[in-house]
Design a protein around this ligand. Sequence first.
Ligand SMILES: Nc1ncnc2c1ncn2[C@@H]1O[C@H](COP(=O)(O)OP(=O)(O)OP(=O)(O)O)[C@@H](O)[C@H]1O
Ligand SMILES: [Mg+2]
Length: 647
Amino acid sequence: MAKINVMPKHLAELIAAGEVVERPASIVKELLENSVDAGADTVTLEIRRGGISYIRISDNGSGIGRDDIRNAFVSHATSKIKDADDLNSIMTLGFRGEALASIAAVSRVEVLTAVKGDPVGTRYVTEFGEEILLDDAGCPCGTTVTVRDLFMKTPARMKFLKKDVTEANAVASAVDRVALSHPEVSFRFIRDGKQTLMTSGKGDLLTCIREVFGKEFASGLIECSGEASGIKVGGFISKPQYSRPNRNMQFFFINGRYVRTGTGSAALSEGYRNSIMVGKFPSCVLNIEINPSLVDVNVHPAKTEVRFSDEKPVFSAVFGAVKSALDRGDTRVQVEQVSSPYQSNKPYNFPVKYTDKPKVPDEQLKMKTGGGFLRMSASEFGNGGASKKEESVPSPVPFRPKTTLTANAPDSLPREGAGIDSADDILLNSPSPVSAPASEESPVSEAPQPINSEEFEEEQFRLVGEAFMTYIICEYKKKLIIIDKHAAHERIIYERLKNNEGERTGQMLLSPVTVDLPKDEYSAVTGNIGIINESGFEVEDFGSGSVLVRACPMELSPDEIPDIIAEIAGRFVEKRQDVMFEKLDWIFHSVACRSAIKAGNVTSRLEMEKFAKQLLSMPEIRYCPHGRPVLIEMTQRELEKNFGRIQ
Ligand SMILES: Nc1ncnc2c1ncn2[C@@H]1O[C@H](COP(=O)(O)OP(=O)(O)OP(=O)(O)O)[C@@H](O)[C@H]1O
Ligand SMILES: [Mg+2]
């Protein structure tokens, strides 16, 4: 066994710093919290290069006295608690006395601070944990902390930092959260010389939400308040029709501190049960006021996780407040609770805006040409209104990025709602799609490799019908077959996307769709544009939280674009660590799921028949991409045994 050494102070500090200071956003969060704790009502933050080279935070709070300044930088030195009992009544954002020491260990720090009434202020400078200067300074009452050269001496940490823009977006999200939790403080954020946020500090939460997330988001909210068992809940929740495909716009605060709380989130979802579709999530900005002795904030180094001594009353308080807000509002959209999240009812999804749509001649809409069953889209399968175009959604023109024309592709395929006649136009075994009307120069390309198919025995097949507008029932080779039409279609589309590497076809939109995203999702999307475009989208960074979608995979109905981009963005945020092929794979999942015919959509008999035959001739397609079976079968013998006809 090697000898045990006591670490030198600096090394111990460096290791401790790793827990608190992960990236510029964590520094910003800590410094903003210090300003709030110091009673400031005006705080200005400025960063350069994502905060890696420069962060400055100025406040007009209490300031730090000359006698205290060295201690402020000592680990476990705090003015906020004195003894163990105080841990039960924490109302400040800081309490560990750890932040400044940790920040100082990994950067160059300069503090200018003055306490009201003191004749002169203080300038204190440290470099990577070492004191460099302590001197007089003429400065206004309050504190300015400047952090430079973060992680310069800890290259291992530096390696984990993302691109400047990603770090800057993470900083912006940190500012948003502190600003939302303290509407009584005016926050100003300057990013590379440009002011990107300014809250008025009026104390009104809705105004603050509008300042942080914009008018559109704020106008989709309803007020929510309530009290139960001494726990107060107050804030805003989204109208049901403004739900999102993930939880990224749920903000919970406990006694003014941003936290992630599974209890709060579960209570919120429960409150919306029957009001929004399964698979959709509400947004919220909710503050929970609770006796601090009933909540432990000392669970996680970042202080963003909490433990309640009893979760039930917290759940009840949030649930009650949400439920009564939804009941009160006349905004409620009743949606039947369904077992499948893939229903055709499509609510509006915040935050999205569309660009103007030019008039598209009908012929152009018909230009989409089908390439075999694998190309069948939900609308072609049999419409149920699932893909009806909304007025504001631009219409597609098919395009093909790499390949162009297939030898025997037909000229046109009627789109949705074409009824029974159209089923014959669904080209079950024809080659891949084409980009545009045939042109002389268009080179002939290979059709994508179809999934292995086997001889279909026509005379052994009979369509029985459909149950619950979801399951196609047929007889085949003396078996009763029940097909989940959504799951089966989804898997087929998924396979096509996956197998057509380098051939993924997109449809060019006549007018691009602008999708506005929350900051972290925006940064996740812009950081992964290559992967998204690999899957048949054509997405570009539009700046200021927006991306522009010029094309989407052929299978996808363009009115799904805002939702699917938000969904993909959410996954990127959640699954940062996934490698490229995993990311691509779940983009295919999302596209397939959204493009497939939905349970509940009307399907004609002819369409069902075509679909069933196609599926039965593909023995490899027996599970959906999520691993659920796409069909179940029962032999005639099993059936007869069940009815006691045979033993
Ligand atoms: N902007 C500020 N204005 C006034 N005092 C400050 C400011 N920033 C820090 N201080 C003082 O320095 C002390 C140390 O700050 P630091 O952030 O390291 O610890 P903390 O806030 O007490 O706890 P935590 O580590 O949980 O943040 C604080 O307790 C406070 O007294
Ligand atoms: Mg602090």
